[in-house]
Design a protein around this ligand. Structure first.
Ligand code: ADP
Ligand code: ADP
Length: 246
């Protein structure tokens, strides 16, 4: 079975004029285990809304998402019942999330050590193992252990994103939702972070849902690609095929 199955999700936001425009307009796709699915689209095309629904942070108006064989978000068609957060909680660590700006999801008062310890705690890793695990996580993202004493504001953009990735892999996730993870980085750092993601995928067999407005980045990282426009999927297929010259 595919790792992620997205069935016909629909979402509109209330708007001031009363005119209803769908931010996500009947989007469906599947993501296979160990693969990277890129979602490419201009700003406002519905990528982040799609990602938030998949992560279970936003309730869709219709449709549903299956993750690793279980209903993860949205409405159960047979019973018309929505999945609730407490039902996802025991499995939350199986889906990591990395945002464009890691600072938005780091508490500035927490050291790297505490950020990672918190993630380990959330995935029920015994406290006695935390120090060793944190060293291992930092090594996996190619940082040295001494960085664990620093605060987020004392890190470079690339280091911060490596810490965000370390936090995302702390719970041994099957999937990482990456929402514009390299868009705020210099091009040379972008390449390093993309190479790190690829390396981690090979070592840990993680799947990525990788969102970007940047065609070059999507092309580099994705096995398959969806192109979104105005909330709709306008093209989908293997990356080479989608970007092949006509
Ligand atoms: P993208 O990630 O591709 O930039 P979004 O999913 O953020 O697209 O936005 C899709 C559409 O939904 C846009 O028209 C955007 O203005 C609108 N939108 C997104 N978030 C909200 C919100 N919280 N309230 C109202 N409209 C929103
Ligand atoms: P709890 O309430 O059980 O501490 P949280 O919902 O705060 O759990 O966090 C669950 C997991 O998600 C933790 O591993 C935490 O590090 C991580 N986390 C929390 N907030 C974010 C975020 N904004 N982005 C990415 N990961 C987050």
């Amino acid at each position: 079975t595919p790792l992620l199955v997205v069935n016909d999700i629909v979402k509109s936001y209330p708007n001031t004029t009363g005119a209803s425009r769908l931010a996500v307009d009947h989007v469906s796709f599947t993501l296979q285990r160990g693969k990277t699915l890129g979602i490419l689209g201009e700003s406002g095309s519905g990528k982040t809304t799609t990602a938030r629904i998949i992560a279970g942070f936003l309730e869709p108006d219709g449709g549903n998402v299956w993750f690793d064989g279980r209903l993860w978000s949205g409405v159960q068609a047979k019973t018309n019942r929505s999945v609730e957060e407490h039902e996802r909680r025991p499995f939350r660590h199986e889906m990591g999330i990395v945002y464009q700006d890691p600072l938005s999801s780091f508490d500035p008062r927490w050291t790297v050590q505490r950020i990672l310890a918190d993630a380990l705690k959330a995935s029920a890793i015994p406290r006695a193992e935390h120090n060793d695990r944190i060293v291992a996580l930092l090594t996996l993202v190619r940082l040295t252990p001494d960085i664990s004493r620093r605060f987020p504001l004392q890190l470079s953009g690339g280091q911060r994103q490596r810490i965000a990735i370390a936090r995302a892999i702390a719970g041994n996730p099957k999937l990482i939702v990456c929402d514009e993870p390299v868009s705020a980085l210099d091009v040379s750092v972008q390449t390093q972070v993309l190479e790190l993601l690829t390396e981690l995928q090979e070592r840990l067999n993680i799947s990525y849902l990788f969102i970007s407005h940047d065609l070059g980045v999507i092309r580099q990282i994705s096995d398959d690609v969806l192109v979104m426009q105005n909330g709709r999927v306008v093209e989908a297929g293997p990356t080479q095929q989608v970007f092949e010259a006509p």
